[in-house]
Design a binder for this molecule. Structure first.
Ligand code: SAH
Length: 417
């Protein structure tokens, strides 16, 4: 599979399109391409894969992964000028990348944290590849057709770079369709996975169901926000909406919350949430604690209709991405406005709302606007205590603002006076 850059097809961008690429933006849409790709003989090359990329003035810009079937046709894998003559994607390329990312990320990981995002796709210059690490279990997803050609190299590189206990692929994702690919069955490529994988996050113990859970098994991107919720929870009655495996509520319970109610519509997620509480020594099975630690399998919208104002002092609202495609943005904005308004309605003055949006198509400013409308309708004065985003291992580059997808606002609700 390794393709030397001297045999790579070439393509040229339209004039002006080189500026963002030079600044480090990894994407070029099909309309940004002036000519190509062509092969060595100058003939059209119908490739999905690596191409050498040149600017409007014919200068070499870097190497991209090309797929004409996606409107984002080109994703840059390197903008190193030296790569024009000698660039190869093979096992050694991935070993070097993985090692480099490991040391860059380990340096800043919080203490007692053994799971992180090793590779955050385009933002880490590995377009289409997501890799989460839980202790020594590596779980990856391939989103693009060009990266899909390097599965073997990726697996071999992981074996060489680390001492993996297991390597799992979770490319059971519909987003592959945008690149002309099918969703794939879950696969263990190496080692054994027996049951859930245990790891630490800020000293809290968790199980990830890497074979059957959502995404790669756990939402590692809420690490910082969960810690924040822990800090705010002492003596509070906490409601964790869209809990998945219970993370936010578990931090609250470990930090002295008076009560934690955990809600999700997924039965397996709630079962694992209970396992996670037990794993940390929280006595959810003692009869006297049934009310204190409550796990409810329900639709959040129905549940919210069944409770009263002031039942909870702190509400966490972390729904799935409502805006999954561009034509769904208006609908998604309405849904975010409505759910946040309902949460605000249920808080007494002084109550806290931790509210999140993981829709990449909605910016932080747009989300803030949504919250403004919710607050207006709820007639509440919402004060921003903090604004958080994905942690650093879910790499965000200044040149690639699209890489910021997670927005979390910690708001204090005050009555107007
Ligand atoms: N806060 C979680 C991640 C949330 S992911 C964490 O910290 O890990 C979104 C969750 O919302 C999923 O577990 C999904 O099962 C749940 N969900 C989606 N729609 C729902 C609904 N209408 N009511 C209840 N749960 C819902």
């Amino acid at each position: 599979m390794a393709a030397m850059s001297n045999q790579m097809p070439k393509l040229w961008l339209r004039k002006g399109r080189e500026t963002p690429v030079l600044a480090g933006h990894p994407w070029v849409f099909s309309k940004g391409i002036e000519m190509g790709p062509v092969d060595e003989a100058g003939k059209p090359a119908r490739v999905v894969g690596l191409v050498k990329v040149y600017g409007g003035s014919k200068e070499f810009l870097g190497i991209g992964m090309y797929n004409p079937n996606n409107s984002i046709s080109l994703r840059m894998i390197s903008i190193n000028r030296n790569d024009e003559k000698d660039f190869k994607v093979d096992k050694d390329f991935f070993v070097k990348k993985f090692k480099g990312l490991e040391s860059a990320k380990k340096e800043f990981l919080p203490v007692e944290t053994t799971a992180y995002r090793l590779v955050n796709a385009d933002a880490d210059w590995l377009p289409g590849l997501i890799m989460d690490r839980y202790e020594n279990v590596f779980v990856f997803q391939i989103h693009t057709a060009a990266m899909d050609m390097y599965r073997e190299e990726i697996i071999d590189a992981l074996k060489k770079a680390f001492k993996p206990e297991a390597i799992v692929e979770r490319s059971d994702i519909d987003s592959r369709k945008a690149d002309g690919l099918q969703s794939l069955p879950v696969k263990i490529h190496y080692g054994k996975v027996e049951g859930n994988v245990e790891f630490l996050e800020n000293g809290v113990k968790f199980f990830a169901d890497v074979l059957g859970g959502q995404k790669t098994g756990f939402f590692l991107d809420q690490r910082d926000s969960r810690k924040k919720v822990g800090e705010l929870s002492r003596g509070k009655k906490v409601l964790n909406l869209f809990s998945y495996t219970g993370g936010f509520g578990l931090y609250a319970a470990l930090n002295g919350a008076e009560k934690v109610t955990t809600i999700d519509s997924s039965e397996p997620a709630l079962e694992l949430a209970q396992e996670n509480f037990r794993l940390n020594g929280i006595k959810i099975d003692d009869e006297k604690n049934f009310e204190k630690y409550d796990f409810v399998c329900a639709d959040v919208f129905d549940f919210l209709s069944s409770i009263n104002i002031g039942d909870y002092d702190l509400i966490v609202c972390d729904p799935p991405a409502f805006a999954k495609s561009n034509d769904k943005i208006d609908e998604a904005k309405k849904a975010y406005t409505s759910i946040n308004r309902r949460c605000m309605d249920l808080l007494k003055s002084g109550g806290i709302l931790v509210t999140c949006s993981c829709s990449g198509r909605i910016t932080q400013e747009e989300f803030r606007d949504i919250l403004k409308f919710s607050a207006g309708r709820s007639k509440k004065d919402m004060r921003v205590l903090s604004a958080l985003t994905q942690p650093f291992d879910h790499t965000e580059r200044v040149s690639f603002s699209e890489g910021r997808y997670l927005k979390t606002f910690v708001l204090q609700c005050l009555d107007h006076f």
